[in-house]
Design a protein around this ligand. Structure first.
Ligand code: 13P
Ligand code: SF4
Length: 301
């Protein structure tokens, strides 16, 4: 990315100076994802890899719940998020008191919470999940019924694959809820033979019409394994840009939606974060241990 060469060099130099590593989600723009990040991946991979970071500082190029998860799993490190406004519509859809009410309403039913939530919500849960392991987590509990919060569509997409009864919440991802089954039909008409991959935060009717549904990492792996001649990723825009770099022989059709939260992170504010040591992610000690337990329990599955 020649247009960013100066910014990239400056960011790499600051990273060395501060003994920092940059963890970047698959939705970060290519100049961040490919040129300055040390570790990239889906939410599950970022959580796992955050645990073993040895550098002093972790800069989380992603959204706030990802930075909180990194802090929970590696509490001795300074975790920075370049923009505190990088939130998530799913995380905003539920509070800790909502989870307590669900527990009261369904006594004895385990609560599985998507990682796209605040630490306070995680603290009220029995176990976390990501889009990459949700089915395995639900089935690992060995119970006939679970509560799965807060993504209604992820819950319904998992319910379609298991005998476990799932009680859902009403949260949605503002990016994935905008895709429709009609979009897929139009894409198939316009691009005959196109392979359609969808994120499980999409509505169930979208997942039903796709050729494959999986986490951002699973979509990327699918392209690598199947090498479709032409593919469309029903997910955030930067995903196709990042995967396309590794597969110049695959034709990416790109109707996509932007996540305004992910797009708050830029090379410029990553540099400010490194220079000025901000914004430091802290977690209320009253919730940290319980939230960590739910995330760590997930990582044992
Ligand atoms: P993944 O865990 O699949 O990377 O998804 C995270 C996310 O926020 C998708 O919108
Ligand atoms: Fe949240 Fe959706 Fe953005 Fe992912 S894409 S961070 S779920 S708003």
């Amino acid at each position: 990315w020649p247009a960013f060469a100066g910014d990239i060099e400056a960011t790499l130099a600051l990273k060395r100076e501060r003994n920092a590593v940059i963890l970047a989600h698959n939705y970060q723009t290519p100049e961040i994802f490919h040129c300055v990040a040390d570790i990239v991946g889906d939410s599950l991979a970022l959580a796992r890899k955050a645990m073993s970071v040895e550098a002093d500082i972790i800069v989380l190029a992603g959204v706030h719940f990802m930075a909180e998860t990194a802090k929970l799993l590696n509490p001795g490190k300074t975790v920075l998020i370049p923009d505190l406004g990088a939130g998530c519509s799913l995380a905003d859809s539920i509070t800790a008191s909502d989870v307590r009410l669900m527990r009261q309403r369904h006594p004895g039913v385990p609560i599985v919470t998507y990682v796209n939530t605040s630490a306070a919500v995680k603290a009220e849960s029995d176990i976390c999940c990501t889009s990459g392991n949700a089915l395995a987590i639900v089935e690992s509990l060995g119970v006939p019924k679970v509560i799965m919060l807060p993504d209604e569509y992820l819950a319904r997409n998992i319910a379609a694959q298991t005998k476990v009864e799932i009680i859902a919440w009403k949260g949605h991802c503002e990016v994935h809820e905008r895709f429709s089954a009609a979009d897929i039909r139009e894409l198939r008409d316009a691009h005959p033979g196109v392979t359609v991959l969808a994120h499980p935060e999409c509505p169930p009717e979208v997942v039903a019409e796709a050729d494959f549904a999986g986490s951002t990492a699973a979509m990327s792996d699918y392209v690598g394994r199947h090498k479709p001649a032409r593919v469309v990723l029903m997910t955030e825009c930067s995903m196709s840009d990042n995967v396309a770099v590794e597969h110049p022989d695959v034709d990416f059709v790109r109707p996509c939606n932007l996540c305004p939260h992910m797009k708050r992170i830029t090379l410029a504010n990553i540099r400010v974060a490194l220079k000025e040591n901000r914004h430091i992610v802290t977690i209320d000690p009253g919730v940290a241990d319980r939230a960590r337990r739910a995330v760590e329990r997930m990582l044992t599955i």
